[in-house]
Design a protein around this ligand. Sequence first.
Ligand SMILES: [Cu+2]
Length: 510
Amino acid sequence: MAAFKLSLLILLLLFVVVPSSSVDVSVQKDPELKQCRHQCTHQTGFDEAQKSQCEQKCKEYIRDKREQERRERGGRDEKEDESHYNRKEREETRSGEGERVTERSPYVFEEEHFETSIKTEEGRVHILRKFTEKSKLLKGIENYRVGFLEANPSAFIAPVHLDADCVFFVATGKPTVTLLREDKRETFNLVQGDILTIPAGTPVYIVNRDENEKLFIVKLINPVSLPGRFEPFYGAGGETPETFYRGFSWEVLSAAFKRERDELERLFRQQKRGSIVKASRQQVQELSRHAEGGGGTVWPFGQETRSSGPFNLFRKHATQSNRFGRLYEANPSDHKQLQDLDVMITFANITQGAMAAPFYNSRATKIAFVLDGEGYLEMACPHISSEQGRRGSPWQGEKENRPEIQRVTGRLRRGVVFVVPAGHPVTTIASGNNNLQIVCFVVNAEGNVRYPLAGKRNIVTEMENVAKELAFSVPAREVDRVFKSQNEEFFFPGPRSTQQEEGGQRAYAS
Ligand SMILES: [Cu+2]
């Protein structure tokens, strides 16, 4: 009977959220507390002080128990929410040797997770849905969005402003980008690798001046008004794109422009071709003629102090480079416009069949966009571990509630986005067929440190021998044999088995 009552109570607790302020009340009412107190008062040989101390301990015990139950409930809610959002995605597989592998996870996004924001014959803009729509685990980057613009050669993208700050990374094509600043018009002829930030509200229009290659720009968007939400506003337009002038009444517009309604209607109803249209060769030349060079031509020769202009990621020396891969990095400390957004941008080109060192970022979260190639990622995550092993019974007095490490994997190919939260060890591996190219927006970048977990400078080699022995429970030289045998620093030859096994889904899983 008592057991029944208790399980009823636990059941109730699962459904009633107990705010921490009311924990004390519920502690007082806990039947187990009564029982515990009863034992204190009937303990033979206890004096009054000991009895009251005993009762205090009962209270503490119950409070801890409640707290732990509450925490567990929180974790479970999160998990349920996640699977509720997209049940299909939670295919947890357990392979042969008791390995814990999650192929579908809240951290990897494919084409179906994007929504089409613009689509015309000449191009498209796709924006990844809000991160928190997929999982609460991504709440930390709720206010960032990623997307891309793809446009044909000679396509023109209509003037628009967003209620969001925006970072452009030019992956392919040659965009001429014009920004209407407060007091002047600025035009830049950008090339591959250029990075340009566009402050919220700045009207911008673009033409792809390349006559052969498609334009592909990856964007990081940081809304300034509604968390994680933003909208495009078209001034110069008509019906499609719909101009925001039509949000005003004709009387007001007539007064504002000092023109008759008929004339205004003719102007604001004409455009129906959409926000990405084809421009003629002459129009393209006209638009790009007065441009300053992009980051590719002026930087870093003395003009880097120009804080708002573009700069080119590839102009800098690669911070890591060998025959297995290259890494380019733009730090917020070097570029004012990245500093304002607290974002770092990296580009990794991993040679086919090679891998990047497993590492973690100390405080930054990485939002990665695969530009080219194929491969896969592996990440260690304690947040999505299975239910078992997470719940320790309070009855056993077992305090160490050790979470299980889950392996998150994901296939990487062009257009895939993946997120690596702070502290999470991760590695990416290129397939045997292609180089893997990934651009990353690393947010919350200030003060971030990248800790390599293998390679010449990994964290374990920095430990004292005694610490190694205590931590691994083997002699330090055995630890060193493992952690000191890699001569390369950041890019290594990849696991051989995967190089030949292209195409098979399962080739990646274990
Ligand atoms: Cu995690």
